[in-house]
Write a protein that binds this ligand. Structure first.
Ligand code: ZN
Length: 211
């Protein structure tokens, strides 16, 4: 059983003349189960379709379509994936069926031995991250806006204030847990980055940030 993680489009966020320009990082997970995580804005259907085509994946191959949290720039194209189970934040559904899962208690949602969805609230009160064990990339955590981008490790104002955090204490705790768990992190609005030993050292002390 072997998985791999492919960023279809790296996200961004920047202030331009008083307007926040932002789109999320859209990620495909290929393996025994196919997953797509964070599907860009509603205006990006062609971007999603082109990304899937590059990877040789059809919409109906996708078994899980996941929005890491309930913000519109992460949910725009869920309706391309009608064969999939949808997970948005702490909610799991297919058509009009909602499957209760106790994310609130910290319980992971296991897809198989290599893939699980874990609760990582903070940015909103119901964020999730997708943890994938891969052969080539080690453990990859697709973390949504738990991390804005790699630079927010040394500049916490990026996640605390620019992106905004509904529960900064919870977010800080889950950021440290994810750094200790992962070899690579896919953030909400930037390219995938490698977790360094320096990051893990900070996380062991319970705080990521400038020395
Ligand atoms: Zn976002």
């Amino acid at each position: 059983m072997s998985y791999s993680v492919h960023v279809l489009q790296a996200g961004y966020s920047r202030l331009e003349e008083g307007v926040m320009r932002a789109n999320c990082t859209c990620t495909l997970v290929k393996g025994p189960a196919t997953l797509i995580v964070d599907t860009l804005t509603a205006w990006d259907k062609e971007v999603v379709m082109a990304g899937l085509a590059r990877e040789g994946v059809a919409c109906d191959d996708v078994k899980y379509a996941i929005g890491t949290h309930g913000h519109s720039d992460h949910l725009g194209n869920l309706n391309l994936f009608t064969a999939a189970t949808h997970i948005v934040g702490f909610t799991v559904c297919h058509k009009d069926q909602f499957f209760l899962h106790p994310f609130e208690t910290g319980e992971p949602y296991k897809i198989d031995e290599c893939v699980q969805v874990i609760p990582t609230p903070g940015h909103t009160t119901a964020d999730v991250s997708v943890v994938v064990k891969t052969a080539q990339q080690g453990t990859v955590v697709i973390a949504g806006d738990l991390f804005e981008r790699e630079e927010d490790i040394l500049d916490p104002s990026l996640w605390r204030h620019t992106a905004g955090s509904e529960n900064p204490e919870a977010q800080e705790k889950h950021r440290c847990e994810v750094v200790l768990l992962g070899d690579h992190i896919v953030p909400g609005h930037g390219p995938m980055f490698r977790v360094t030993e320096a990051m893990k050292e900070m996380a062991r002390k319970g705080k990521l940030g400038p020395p």
